[in-house]
Write a protein that binds this ligand. Structure first.
Ligand code: MG
Length: 304
């Protein structure tokens, strides 16, 4: 058991974007800036800052340009932003971000409801982002959501998800993050999905974006880890509920992931105590109790 654990894992922090976009009451920009600075202070080096979607879609992130201008990341920290289309990419580029992310679903119905595009149309749209991005020296990451299951279609074909991921990598995306968007995955299913992907895609071009809606995120992460995945998305204090289960947990909490990894001797570059502080900033900024387990329980003092 645990024969193939890595020495180090890379964490992609999604709380300022994926987390906050689910919050219905507006969060002051100063609070967002404080959150990002606390995440940087904790040692996170890859942070998704915001989204350049239409403010009509996501009013919470209408301050994208201003936030990008307020936050100056230190050397070694990469800020990225979600871009739904060429217009969004132009805004991200004008804001000076070195990395952007595109997003789509592995299931046709979810993609249509979430982006108002077919899967084929999403891939066509991303061509208009990735080509100019690469010319401008901007890296592009991709999300494929609903890989473990779709809120509308139920089961999703892992083979279809793989085809989509390969198209995205073929366009020039440097990494595809596979999402358990509704948090239904179990370890055996995760093993099947990861094994299929890893037979076809180099591990460094894959990440897992796991949700803890039903308490299985860390178990799924451990399966991915053992199979060779080295990149995980997470959100401090578990910010960002499940959009399809109001009140339930969504994103895997970064503290929970870091606690497990560091406790197993796997380096994350993140200071857990400072990360817990960042989680407290998130809770103060959002103004309600957040679901992360380490966030709630704290860091035990018995460990040496
Ligand atoms: Mg998420």
């Amino acid at each position: 058991m645990f024969a193939h654990l890595p020495a180090r894992v890379s964490i992609y922090e999604v709380s300022p974007r994926d987390g906050l976009q689910n919050e219905s009451s507006p969060i002051p920009i100063e609070g967002k800036r404080r959150l990002v600075e606390a995440l940087v202070a904790a040692g996170l080096t890859r942070i998704e800052l915001t989204s350049f979607v239409s403010p009509r879609w996501v009013p919470q992130l209408a301050d994208a340009e201003t936030l990008a201008s307020l936050v100056t990341p230190p050397a070694g920290v990469t800020l990225s932003a979600l871009c739904p289309n060429a217009k969004g990419f132009e805004r991200a580029r004008a804001a000076g971000l070195p990395e952007v992310a595109v997003f789509m679903s592995a299931s046709e119905t979810h993609n249509k409801k979430n982006t108002n595009k077919t899967i084929a149309q999403s891939l066509e749209t991303f061509r208009e982002i990735v080509e100019p991005a690469l010319v401008a020296g901007v890296r592009v990451r991709a999300y494929v959501s609903t890989v473990w299951g779709c809120p509308y279609e139920g089961e999703v074909s892992a083979e279809r998800a793989l085809e989509i991921a390969q198209e995205l990598l073929g366009l020039g995306c440097y990494q595809v993050s596979l999402g358990d968007t509704i948090g239904v995955g179990t370890p055996l299913q995760t093993r099947r999905i990861c094994e299929l992907f890893l037979r076809n895609v180099p591990a460094e071009r894959l990440a897992l974006h796991l949700h803890d809606t039903r308490g299985t995120a860390l178990a799924n992460a451990l399966v991915g880890l053992e199979l060779g995945i080295r990149d995980f998305d997470s959100s401090v204090a578990g910010v960002g509920g499940c959009p399809y289960a109001p009140g339930a947990a969504g994103n895997l909490a970064t503290e929970d992931l870091v606690y497990m990894l560091e406790g197993m001797g796997i380096e994350t570059g993140v200071d857990l105590e400072k990360l817990v502080e960042a989680g407290r900033v998130a809770e103060a900024v959002i103004g309600r109790r957040l679901p992360g387990k380490v966030h709630q329980a704290g860091v035990p003092t018995l460990r040496s």
